[in-house]
Design a protein around this ligand. Structure first.
Ligand SMILES: [Zn+2]
Length: 214
């Protein structure tokens, strides 16, 4: 659900961080529907929708709004902007007349976020996946970039949505970046990376993951 706070603009959920409930702008099921279409347009199939995406992932905002309005007549310009601006994970950004997804692309893009500065990054996987990754390196079958976490705990937690007993792989970002692997900081939780060679990877021992921190 998207609501509008008179002071802070669009937000998701029941209450703005200031404590006001504001007014409902879009109910839950339509928020989901609109969210899936915007994600598809900006991450997965812009061309199928007739949209032009540049190499940095930017799409013309008015063109996006028109395309969405053609599919869902109820989805006007204000609702598309409300959805983008209220995204709880800051998936999208607007710059001038353009909009893009900050991460999560399956289409080919060459993003230009700030370079990663952290020496170590982490990736959670199932036991089988982890064995394979340590042998052949880390890349995503479906996504343009590998998504890495900043702590072993975060990586473990993310992987619990996919597997019962995750293993966590540590990435030596210093060595990887020195050998030409591009890594970029997307937000306070995520670093995206080009494929990482196996020589930069090692396993984190389970006892070293402080699961009670999560
Ligand atoms: Zn507020």
């Amino acid at each position: 659900m998207i609501r509008r706070c008179p002071q802070h603009g669009f937000f998701r959920g029941e209450i703005c961080e200031c404590g006001q409930t504001g007014q409902i702008v879009l109910e839950e099921s339509k928020t989901d529907q609109l969210g899936r279409l915007v994600a598809g347009a900006l991450r997965h199939f812009p061309r199928d929708l007739g949209l032009t995406m540049d190499s940095r992932g930017w799409v013309d905002l008015v063109a996006l709004e028109k395309t969405i309005h053609n599919r869902h007549r109820w989805a006007n310009q204000e609702l598309v902007r409300a959805l983008i601006q209220s995204d709880p994970k800051a998936r999208y950004e607007i710059s001038g007349t353009n909009v893009r997804a900050r991460y999560g692309h399956s289409v080919e893009v060459d993003l230009d976020h700030p370079e990663n500065q952290l020496p170590k990054l982490y990736y959670g996987a199932s036991e089988e996946e982890a064995d394979r990754i340590l042998e052949v390196g880390l890349k995503s079958a479906s996504q343009r970039y590998v998504h890495l976490s900043m702590t072993p705990e975060k990586a473990w937690h993310v992987a619990t949505f996919r597997t019962g007993n995750p293993r966590v792989i540590e990435v030596n970002a210093v060595v990887a970046q020195a050998s030409g692997v591009k890594m970029m900081k997307v937000n306070e939780d995520i670093v995206i990376s080009d494929p990482i060679p196996h020589k930069c990877l090692s396993i984190v021992l389970s006892k070293d993951i402080k699961k009670d921190l999560i």
